[in-house]
Design a protein. Structure first.
Ligand code: IDP
Ligand code: MG
Length: 141
């Protein structure tokens, strides 16, 4: 059984422009199983807490304003080697450096508005999944 999982967000630029469906299709085609999913509008304090590791960086305020600018889709994804494989599927943070065929290469409009989030480690995935989902909402993750 594969119980490895990661946490993902479809960011406001992608939800706003109708890319939720196409991005979910790429996630499914990439072999990821969606085990929890919800659309939410983040509060400022939620966004600041979620991205607290970046507090003080030059892009922090802009990132927070962007992340609260509209609804996002949050989800837990199950897959073997989920964290690394999902980072591979989404591509580099800067879409200019992302590999062809990656989600960010296709749907990002800038480094900030790069369409999707993916956890950077299993520890982060656990924390981020707990941030958005209670145990009862999570299926086998
Ligand atoms: P990641 O999302 O690929 O893990 P991080 O370095 O953790 O990248 O940055 C978190 C998010 O902050 C990025 O996905 C992007 O939306 C935004 N960001 C990162 N670096 C910059 C930047 O230099 N300018 C504007 N936004 C940035
Ligand atoms: Mg990161």
């Amino acid at each position: 059984m594969n119980n490895d999982f990661t946490f993902a967000i479809i960011k406001p630029n992608a939800v706003r422009t109708g890319k939720t469906g196409p991005i979910l299709a790429m996630i499914n085609e990439g072999g990821f199983e969606i085990t929890a999913m919800r659309m939410v509008r983040l509060t400022k304090s939620q966004a600041e807490s979620f991205y607290s590791i970046h507090q003080g960086k030059s892009f922090f305020e802009g990132l927070i304003d962007f992340m609260i600018s509209g609804p996002v889709v949050v989800m837990i994804l199950r897959h073997e080697n989920a964290v690394a494989d999902f980072r591979k599927l989404i591509g580099a943070t800067d879409p200019g450096k992302a590999e062809p065929g990656t989600i960010r290469k296709i749907f990002a409009v800038s480094v900030q508005m790069n369409a999707v989030h993916g956890s950077d480690s299993s520890e982060s995935a656990q924390i981020e999944a707990n941030f958005f989902f209670s145990g009862i909402e999570r299926f086998n993750t």
